[in-house]
Design a protein around this ligand. Structure first.
Ligand code: ASP
Ligand code: MG
Length: 530
């Protein structure tokens, strides 16, 4: 039984449970904790894609090798079992479970091929096996390694409702289930392993939380049990200042506030599922993102307790595959209700909008939606404004494809003048055409709408402009002590000592280093201060 009162949630992503070596590493991380612990796991890396693609291809009749996919699925999981559990009884059981799951998937795919279509529900049921198997394998190895543990299926403890295409957690049900199922096991000192990504929907059906959804599973569980912290173990060292595929000298951002992290996740920083932060807010649960292969690296910490840094902008992110829609017409001038009609029409068909801008001349409103929804948005607006269009008050609704929204994020922008100017001069240096801009009054984010083809150079230029390559990981906050002896106390020696004294506080706060000058020596001899 663990004496500790702290209760943590760890989540291991696909890569962190993607092989037997990774699972061993993850297990040693679990063994090292003193807290009561919930462990959320993703499917082994690549498995979700394999399952999704195979099922989709089977339905569309695209030349798909179902049998090959199934054998790949079996091979990956069996390999982990062989390496981790060898000939134990549990290994035999797991082999049977894997086999059964594979056969079931195979027959799903074969029926899809006959039916020629696939529904979201069938896809959800198809992919869920990835997380479930990975949870079972991981927990079996934990047990083998001497950690008292159990698997609790996510569909028994996470409940969501549906609104349009969005899933909204049913907090009451989650809380009740957590109290009944999770807390007693944790209190008994058991590590509870939960498959991520899946939950139970309003009709009792199995649902998935969207790609990368295990992050969200972890924070939802943390909220339900009142966890003291959440750690997401991923294949990256933390939240990066920009996508490293675009910006070679991207760095790990050591600390973010909840609002910064939410903003970045929303604007397409793939590191986090966009809703991950929400469940943390009520109880201000701190979140850390770490690399499971380098757990000593401090990673990124998301909390309220952010130390002031000299970086007003902390990270950049770009949402690609977007379309910009413009509603224009001279007849809009001074006519109330155009904006409301526009967004109500969109809301009615469940389309969500990101950046919105309207010029004060009121002759156009423009906004951004994902490209998949662009056609539907155009159609519904053309219908909503049928009368205005025939009366020539509004022109046709215009769609521009291959657009991106680049977000410049950092709470330090607030009250720092000139950030927007720097963003725009950086863009003009690169001759990038800005299509629209928006800044919320929170001054946390400047969003720039631009063409997709300009994203790379915009990111590179802005990264340099805000010197983001200079961000450094947070030093471990262990106290280190440095005793200084200066030889010589002329100009240089004296100003050095003055600087050390002046920086004492900074060194202690930021680097965790305390300093004292124990001796100064010059031509007239040493002065000791021991
Ligand atoms: N396995 C799912 C995915 O790849 C969920 C997750 O890993 O968080 O999206
Ligand atoms: Mg994954």
């Amino acid at each position: 039984m663990h004496a500790s009162h702290s209760l943590e949630v760890y989540k291991f992503g696909g890569t962190s449970v993607g092989s037997s070596a990774a699972i061993q590493k993850a297990t040693s991380i679990v063994k090292a904790t003193q807290s009561r612990l919930i462990v959320v796991v993703s499917a082994m890396g690549g498995i979700t894609d394999l399952l999704l693609e195979t099922a989709k291809k089977a339905a569309t009749g695209t030349d798909s090798d179902i049998d090959f996919a199934v054998s790949e699925f079996v091979r990956r999981h069996r390999e982990a079992v062989e390496n981790l559990l060898a000939d134990s009884r549990r290994a035999t059981e797991l082999r049977q479970i894997i086999e059964k799951s594979a056969v079931e998937f195979q027959s799903i795919c074969k029926s899809l091929a006959v039916l020629g279509e696939v529904t979201p529900r069938i896809l959800d049921v198809s992919v869920a096996r990835g997380e479930r198997l990975s949870a079972m394998i991981f927990q079996s190895f934990l047990q083998e390694a001497g950690v008292d543990s159990m698997v609790l299926d996510a569909t028994e403890i996470l409940f969501v409702e549906k609104r349009f295409s969005n899933l909204i957690p049913n907090r009451e049900k989650c809380l009740e289930a957590a109290n009944k199922r999770l807390t007693p096991a944790l209190d008994a000192g058991r590590v509870v392993v939960v498959p991520g990504f899946i939950a139970t929907g309003p009709e009792g059906e199995l649902l998935t939380l969207g790609r990368g959804g295990s992050d969200y599973s972890a924070t939802l569980l943390a909220e339900a049990v009142g966890a003291t912290s959440v750690t997401l173990f991923k294949e990256v060292d933390g939240f990066l200042t920009a996508d490293p595929r675009f910006v070679a000298d991207a760095r790990v951002v050591p600390e973010l506030t909840y609002r910064e992290a939410a903003e970045l996740a929303y604007y397409g920083a793939k590191v986090l599922h966009p809703r991950t932060i929400i469940p943390l807010l009520a109880n201000r649960i701190p979140l850390t993102i770490k690399n499971s292969l380098a757990p000593d690296f401090p990673g990124t910490k998301v909390s309220d307790d952010c130390h002031a840094v000299d970086f007003p902008v902390k990270a950049l992110t770009a949402m690609v595959n977007q379309s910009m829609i413009t509603v224009t017409g001279n007849g809009m001038l001074g006519v109330p209700g155009v904006a409301s009609k526009t967004f109500t029409a969109l809301a009615n068909v469940g389309i969500s909008v990101s950046v919105i801008t309207q010029a004060s001349s009121e002759s156009s409103i423009c906004f951004v939606v994902s490209s998949e929804q662009a056609k539907a948005a155009q159609r519904c607006l053309n219908e909503a404004f049928a009368f205005e269009r025939s009366a020539r008050l509004i022109d046709d609704v215009h769609v521009e494809q291959q657009i991106a929204v680049l977000a410049v994020v950092g709470l330090g922008m607030k009250g720092t003048p000139g950030i927007a100017a720097r963003v725009f001069s950086a863009m003009s240096r690169k001759k990038i055409n800005i299509l629209a801009i928006a800044q919320g009054s929170s001054e946390l984010n400047i969003s720039v709408v631009l063409r997709e083809s300009d994203v790379k150079s915009a990111l590179q230029e802005l990264h340099g402009e805000f010197r983001l390559e200079k961000l450094r990981p947070l030093p471990e906050r262990v106290e280190k002590h440095v005793d200084l002896v200066t030889l010589g106390s002329g100009q240089i020696g004296r100003s050095f000592i003055r600087q050390i004294i002046g920086q004492k506080h900074f060194l202690a706060q930021t680097l965790g280093v305390s300093t004292s000058c124990i001796a100064i020596s010059d031509r007239s001899g040493p002065v000791l201060n021991m």
